[in-house]
Write a protein that binds this ligand. Structure first.
Ligand code: TA6
Length: 296
């Protein structure tokens, strides 16, 4: 793993800098006229995105761990190569990409954005958890909008299936005073009710724990934050499932890395390939899933 000095020698500019972050983990800060952002190489995990003249867009837990190999709570966890609980035991919830140290591939700067590409690839350790050869690339494009692009390439000789989620935690002023629009009449799987299939009626309001996997193609979801008078728009591609989650009171209390009242100021809207939307990738083929976030 390169040192901070080596990373800065290779990639530091007026806009990009690597430094010691929480828990001593290497962190990259992005400073551009259009936005600021930060991410950790641990998990390829973005923890901050703030367009100029707006409030921070991502929610971070004040109780998050920052330990190599452990998921950070909040920001944008990358769930891959499975979503949710693995079928086999002793395989981590939401896959291992968010527990893995990513390496920097390249950076790009323009008047409009800063882009950073990270990657992980299969090795003996990953194959001990998931017996496939892969290259996984993650590209952040940070400007007035934030795009997160995850490209899976099958570098092995056999097809494999992946489940994924760009598991974004959004910062809202009061989760009980927001609406999520764009999923009206869309079928969803209710993870809180034996994964029963249901249909969304109207806008989503949050008054209790919610954990739903909407099966749809390419809908734009908007988070209307009435209190902050802002709308967070979420577009996507390469995905036909969107996960909406808020743990509400009792589940928030049960999570050690989640403050008891944290549910009040967050909502997860995750661009996914989950449940029936898992993807089969043949040798030498690739799949790209992308989430694009903008604030109005
Ligand atoms: O957001 C959907 C979900 O699968 C929820 O059921 C909840 O478990 C959440 O992910 C967080 O999972 P994590 O493993 O990060 O605690």
């Amino acid at each position: 793993m390169p040192t901070l000095e080596e990373l800065n020698k290779l990639y530091a500019t007026d806009s990009i800098n690597f430094q010691v972050g929480e828990g001593g983990l290497p962190k990259c800060t992005i400073t551009h006229p259009n936005a600021t952002a930060e991410f950790y190489l641990n998990g390829g995990h973005m923890t901050h995105f703030q367009p100029t003249e707006h409030q921070p867009v991502l929610w971070m837990s004040s109780e998050s761990k920052f330990e190599a190999g452990k998921p950070i709570r909040g920001g944008i966890p990358i769930c891959w190569p499975w979503f949710g609980q693995a079928v086999e035991e002793n395989r981590p919830q939401h896959g291992f990409a968010r527990n893995t140290n990513w390496t920097v591939v390249e950076t790009q700067e323009t008047v409009d954005f800063v882009a950073i590409e990270l990657k992980i690839e299969s090795n003996a350790e990953t194959k001990s958890i998931w017996p496939h050869s892969f290259e996984l690339k993650l590209r952040f494009e940070i400007g007035k909008k934030l795009s997160i692009e995850l490209e899976t390439r099958n570098t092995g000789a056999a097809s494999f299936r992946i489940g994924t989620a760009i598991h974004s935690y959004f910062n809202v002023t009061d989760a009980s005073n927001i609406e999520l629009s764009g999923l009206d009449q869309v079928d969803y799987i209710d993870q809180l009710d034996n994964n029963l299939p249901k249909q969304q009626q109207g806008e989503i309001k949050i008054r209790e724990e919610i954990d739903r996997v909407y099966i749809e193609s390419g809908h734009q979801v908007s988070i209307v934050d009435r209190t902050m008078n802002r709308v967070i728009k979420i577009k996507k591609s390469g995905s036909q499932s969107t996960v909406v989650w808020n743990p509400w009171i009792s589940k928030a209390n049960r999570m050690a890395d989640f403050p008891d009242d944290g549910y009040r100021t967050m909502v997860c809207v995750e661009t996914a390939n989950a449940f029936t939307d898992v993807r089969e990738i043949a040798p030498d083929e690739q799949h790209v899933i992308m989430q694009k976030i903008s604030v109005a």
